[in-house]
Design a protein around this ligand. Structure first.
Ligand code: ADP
Ligand code: ASP
Ligand code: MG
Length: 837
């Protein structure tokens, strides 16, 4: 083997990577960035959706709808022209090639419409142009970017068995011809673009390799050129534990054994053409990587290396299946019935996805694609005419609308009880199993269910084997950094966006924001939201807009948003909750997607004790971290101090604190002789209050902080158990805000008296939360002027820890504790601790 040939790398770009001019430009950038000096071959799919469009033009023509067929063809012609123009491929050769290809297409369509017949050969001829044109465009775009490139047409060297529509490559022959065709070009330093999906038949005619065939082209080329690596760039983060469209919490499988991958491909995991793995040889690594996130490692498939881990690796489903049953008493003990049935189906070219034979040999069933069922039944009736005539076989039965589900994993054979777990889960999902087959290998168990129940059955099996935990949220060994999802885009959220982007920009931490979630919508980009995009999003939010209204925005609950984002392979994802409502369900979902949590939002941790524990304890049980310093003292180290004290074995008797900047301001103003109503109004003007100051004065926020502290000390009560003294006079609780403000001076006198009485006792008034293991109290107290709480001034917060060791002189933490900026700083502190860990 020539030494040079070892350094070939094959890249395959699927339709999604070639959706439009922008995507093609990204492909060019991706190839331009590779400076490893390897010899590169690119297998290109047709532009996204082109094959489907060509199929529908062909079908329309065959049905006599020439106008429809031509219209579809013209749409595609101008689409290709537009892409070429947008990429500024002014080379007339490209435009000519597009024109010529579509002119030829129109002529073919006319012939098909005239004959009302579409032969498989003609169909292939029609489809082949999709890949040919995309290759020409891609190669020209590479040239334009200064990357020398050439197209090598697969019809010239990729030999097949000539079966139109589903040709199988002749590997031995192609090894030589492909090498002869490509190596001279590679030797000249060119990036060689090969149209995928097509090859040549026995008479030199063009054939296609079946839908998704560019995957196969890539591995065929890799084999011929003895490439060290083939990368299939796709619109999914890798090969996942199940089709993410059917199982939303599917995860990327980081490492897959080639035999497992080939079972998955064969059993309908659309991510790979069924025969992709066939040509793969020892020494060649196959990767499935996300085109949208080229940093991410995706899935690596290494031939001959079984991967450890869960016995069940992944699931797949083949939808739209029929079950054909041959049964009858006369079959018992008659040898060769199965073989004959099998032979009859093979002869008509029907592909069988599963065979199961009852142990009594009373019946044999086959699953076949719905579209092929009539042919299968006809073939079997013919093969068994005599037996049917003699009533040894009761006719051939057909059941349609089914799905075959395959459970794949090399480890299953060594693990007892797998089948029981699978069928237990399926039964719980109330899906009805129509047939079961242990696959030909021990790596697979497949069964047939009603088509409508397939997604539920898949999800149930997925959950039963904890496949949503695969990769542990740390997908991709090469991936570095931290992906951040921000829940809540209010004042604190926006401040945080600024602080986080500054961190990333200055290179102080490898963090990036991938998702933002507001009340009913979200935006997400697995590659990270650019600074520009974040800027315009913040502007939109400031004006009161919703994320869903933006380009690329989606509508959905926070929980749905987290589920959608969690289905991607994120890098050490952290969800930051700076919302103000009950985000509990979204947080639980985040934990199930193996995200770490940073919270400034108090509501979920001060909600009912079961939900709060579910968040804190489930996270711990799954090895996830939850930091929530900002839920109590904004940027002050309150929780941290408390936890350090407890961890060091000190016994914490109580935590007392004034955790409200608003209240702190009011009391220090009143101590200076200002009236209550005046102080409230000035706090409003300074932005120290919520829009309605009663939200601060009612004490609920302080109570939540107290409860969070209490629960850390072991208190297991609810918010409703906390004694809260509200500072809003009863008569003013249900009136409008204006009315409230107008009436407020009516309580000034009372306050004046309270302040004076306290002063006479040598005390000042404070609004205090006191938390112990036994309970939490929140309300007005008088404290000695010289005490820590008494010395507090302005909007500062202050916390006093009384412990076994700090009994005489309690430990005090104080400082600024309110405002978007310090809250964001507190959150950022937690985030940095996570990033550093
Ligand atoms: P391309 O043509 O770009 O190479 P495909 O569209 O053929 O890619 O394959 C990706 C699609 O396969 C995804 O959109 C996904 O819905 C589907 N799919 C099915 N099973 C899986 C799986 N186990 N892992 C990833 N994707 C899967
Ligand atoms: N363009 C073909 C298809 O859509 C082949 C491929 O994309 O791999 O099936
Ligand atoms: Mg495909």
């Amino acid at each position: 083997m020539p030494a040079q040939a070892r350094s070939v790398v094959v890249h395959k770009f699927g339709g999604a990577a070639l959706a439009d001019a922008g995507a093609i430009a990204s492909v060019v950038r991706l190839l331009a960035l590779d400076r490893t000096g390897t010899r590169r071959v690119v297998a290109a799919s047709a532009l996204q959706g082109v094959t489907d469009a060509l199929v529908s033009a062909a079908t329309a023509a065959a049905a006599g709808d020439l106008d429809g067929a031509i219209a579809t063809a013209r749409e595609q012609r101008s689409r290709h022209m537009d892409v070429a123009t947008d990429l500024m491929l002014d080379a007339p050769a490209i435009a000519d090639q597009i024109e010529a290809s579509f002119e030829e297409l129109e002529a073919i369509l006319e012939r098909v419409a005239g004959a009302r017949e579409l032969s498989p050969r003609t169909r292939d001829d029609i489809l082949a142009r999709g890949e040919r044109l995309s290759s020409a465009i891609l190669s020209a775009a590479l040239e334009r970017a200064g990357i020398p490139s050439a197209v090598a047409d697969a019809q010239a060297f990729l030999h097949t068995d000539g079966r139109a529509g589903n040709a199988a490559p002749d590997l031995a022959r192609t090894d030589e011809t492909a090498r002869a065709a490509l190596e001279p070009l590679l030797d000249r330093g060119l990036v060689v673009v090969v149209p995928g999906f097509i090859g040549l038949g026995r008479d030199g005619e063009i054939v296609t390799l079946g839908r998704g065939g560019t995957d196969l082209t890539a591995t065929v080329l890799a084999r011929a050129l003895e490439a060290n690596e083939v990368t299939l760039w796709k619109d999914v983060p890798g090969c996942m534990t199940a089709d993410p469209r059917l199982v939303p919490d599917a995860r990327v499988v980081p490492l897959l054994d080639a035999r497992e991958a080939s079972e998955l491909a064969y059993y309908g995991a659309k991510v790979l053409h069924p025969r992709t793995l066939v040509p793969l040889q020892q020494g060649t690594i196959l990767r499935i990587r996300p085109f949208a996130n080229p940093e991410s490692a995706g899935t690596t498939i290494v031939p001959g290396r079984p991967a450890g881990g869960s016995p069940v690796r992944a699931l797949s489903a083949i939808l739209k299946q029929s079950l054909v049953t041959v049964q009858g008493n006369g079959m018992i003990g008659v040898p060769g019935v199965a073989a004959r049935a099998f032979g009859a189906l093979a002869a008509t070219g029907v592909s069988i996805s599963m065979i199961s034979q009852a142990s009594s040999e009373h019946s044999i069933c086959f699953t076949v694609p719905e579209t092929e069922a009539p042919r299968a039944v006809a073939a079997l009736r013919e093969a068994f005419t005599e037996e049917i005539g003699r009533h040894e076989i009761d006719d051939i039965e057909l059941l349609t609308g089914l799905a075959t589900i395959a459970v794949v994993g090399s480890g299953m054979v060594h693990t007892p009880g797998i089948a029981a777990r699978i069928f237990g889960a399926v039964a719980q999902a109330e899906a009805n199993v129509v047939a079961i087959a242990q696959g030909a290998s021990e790596r697979i168990i497949s069964f047939v269910v009603d088509g409508g129940q397939a997604p539920a059955a898949l999800r149930a099996v997925h959950a039963a084997f904890h496949l949503h935990k695969v990769g542990g949220g740390k997908v991709g060994r090469r991936a570095q950094g931290t992906d951040i999802i921000l829940l809540g885009v209010g004042r604190v959220g926006r401040e945080l966006i600024n602080q986080i982007t500054a961190l990333a920009r200055d290179g102080r931490a490898p963090v990036r924001i991938v998702g933002l979630i507001d009340k009913a919508s979200y935006v997400f980009d697995a590659r990270g939201l650019s600074q520009r995009r974040l800027g315009s999003i913040m502007l939109h939010k400031q004006k009161g807009g919703a994320l869903g209204e933006l380009r690329g925005g989606e509508w959905g609950t926070a929980r749905e948003a987290v589920d959608a984002m969690g289905a991607h392979s994120l890098i050490r994802p952290v969800l930051i909750d700076v919302a103000s409502g009950d985000t509990g369900p979204a947080l639980v979902a985040a934990i199930s997607h193996d995200m770490d949590l940073v919270l400034a939002n108090k509501v979920p941790l001060a909600g009912d004790i079961f939900s709060a524990r579910a968040i804190l304890q489930d996270a711990r049980a799954r090895g996830r971290r939850v930091l929530h310093e900002a839920t109590v003292g904004a940027g002050l180290p309150v929780i941290d101090t408390l936890q350090q004290l407890m961890a060091s074995g000190d016994r914490v008797h109580s935590v007392e604190g004034c955790p409200s900047g608003t209240m702190g301001y009011l009391f220090s103003q009143m101590a200076r002789g200002r009236s209550f109503s005046d102080a409230v109004k000035s706090a409003m003007e300074l932005g120290y209050t919520e829009p309605d100051p009663r939200d601060d004065l009612c004490g609920l926020d302080v109570a939540r902080k107290g409860l969070i502290l209490g629960r850390l000390l072991g208190y297991s009560g609810e918010l409703s158990d906390v004694a809260i003294e509200s500072l809003v006079p009863e008569s003013l609780r249900d009136v409008s805000k204006e009315e409230f403000l107008a009436q407020l001076p009516s309580v000034d006198e009372t306050w004046e008296r309270l302040v004076k009485e306290a002063r006479d006792r040598g005390e000042v008034l404070r609004y205090r939360a006191r938390a112990t293991r036994g309970g939490v109290r929140v309300g007005l107290v008088g404290v000695p002027i010289g005490s820590p709480l008494g010395s507090l001034d302005g909007t500062d917060n202050l916390f006093v820890f009384t412990t076994g060791r700090y009994r005489e002189r309690p430990l005090v933490v104080s400082g600024p504790g309110a405002g978007a900026e310090v809250t964001a700083a507190g959150v950022l502190g937690d985030l940095l601790r996570m990033v550093a860990a």
